[in-house]
Design a protein around this ligand. Sequence first.
Ligand SMILES: [Zn+2]
Ligand SMILES: [Zn+2]
Length: 102
Amino acid sequence: MPNREDGTYVNEKDDQGLRFCSLHAIWYRTEFGCQACFEDSRKTSTESVKVNVQIFKCPNCGKTSLVKNPDGITYECLNLDDRAVFKIKEDGTYFQIGKLIR
Ligand SMILES: [Zn+2]
Ligand SMILES: [Zn+2]
């Protein structure tokens, strides 16, 4: 048992500013905020980004991890084991122009 006076302990707990998140039914410290709420907002923002980014199937590794680069010319595989970079031919087929180094 910690050698504390009961009154001091209660006051400390109040000063810590614990808040209850009714959404997640958990207590959190105000200085950190509700981590579950934070996770939720993070997920929502990454999902909304994904909507704007088209992901294609990579002809090199076969995974759906190919994205068009902002230059509008090259495509890049997000698979960390691959990282191949492609250009697209006029007939719509990809040809690999290199690999990114991690
Ligand atoms: Zn929450
Ligand atoms: Zn790939």
